[in-house]
Unconditional design. Structure first.
Length: 202
C-alpha cells in the first residue's frame, strides 16, 4: 500500500458503510471547512463596507454576540451555489481566484504608499524593511500574481470571462450609483472610505 491513496488502506478494514462515509464525508467536510474560512474572510470585507455606508446599514446588523449574521448568511448562500449547481471544483477555483488574485494586487499597493503617507508610523514600526526592498518585493509579487492570473484565466471559457467582467463591472456601476445617492444626502462616501483609522495617525 506504499504510495497509495488513504482510501485504499481504509477499504481493507472498514465496513462498507463506514468506508463510503469516510470517502464522501471526508471530502465534504474538507470542502466545508475551506468554505467556512472563506465565508469568515469575505464577510469581514462586506461588513467593513457596510459600516462605511457602501452597503445598506441593515446588512451589517449584528446579533447579540456581535456577529454580522446577515452577511454570513449571504456569503454562505453564495458559497453554496457552486455545490447546488454541481460545478467542477477546478472550474470554481479558477473562476473565483483569477479575478480574486487581480484584486489582491491592490492589497500590496499600501505597502509602497504607507512609508510616504504615514512616515512617523513607518519610522517607529517594530519591524520594517528598507524602502527599496519593499518596492522590489511588491513588484516581484505583482509579476508572479499576474502570471498565475493569466494561467487561471486561460482555463476559463470566453463566456465565463465575460461573466466575470460583467459581475465586476456591475459592482463598479453600483459603487458610483451609491456614491451619487449618498452625495445627495450630504454624505461623502469617498472621504469616509479613504479616512485613516484614528490609531494610524495618533
Amino acid at each position: 500500500m506504499i504510495r497509495q491513496p488513504l482510501s485504499i488502506a481504509a477499504e481493507t478494514f472498514m465496513p462498507s458503510w463506514m468506508f463510503k462515509f469516510f470517502v464522501i464525508g471526508g471530502a465534504l467536510f474538507a470542502l466545508l471547512t475551506s468554505m467556512l474560512a472563506l465565508i469568515m474572510d469575505y464577510s469581514r470585507g462586506v461588513w467593513a463596507a457596510a459600516e462605511d455606508g457602501l452597503f445598506p446599514a441593515w446588512l451589517g446588523a449584528t446579533n447579540k454576540y456581535g456577529v454580522p449574521h446577515r452577511i454570513l448568511l449571504l456569503t454562505g448562500a453564495i458559497g453554496l451555489m457552486p455545490i447546488l449547481l454541481e460545478l467542477p471544483l477546478d472550474y470554481v477555483f479558477a473562476m473565483m481566484n483569477a479575478p480574486g488574485m487581480l484584486l489582491g494586487l491592490l492589497v500590496t499597493i499600501p505597502a509602497v504608499l504607507a512609508p510616504k503617507k504615514l512616515p512617523h508610523k513607518f519610522e517607529n514600526a517594530w519591524f520594517k524593511l528598507p524602502y527599496g526592498l519593499i518596492v522590489a518585493i511588491v513588484l516581484i509579487n505583482m509579476a508572479v500574481t499576474l502570471f498565475f492570473c493569466y494561467s487561471l484565466f486561460a482555463t476559463l471559457t470566453l463566456p465565463t470571462i465575460l461573466g466575470i467582467v460583467a459581475f465586476y463591472g456591475g459592482g463598479t456601476v453600483y459603487f458610483y450609483v451609491r456614491v451619487n445617492q449618498l452625495t445627495r444626502k450630504g454624505i461623502d462616501l469617498r472621504a469616509k472610505m479613504a479616512a485613516y483609522d484614528p490609531s494610524w495617525v495618533s
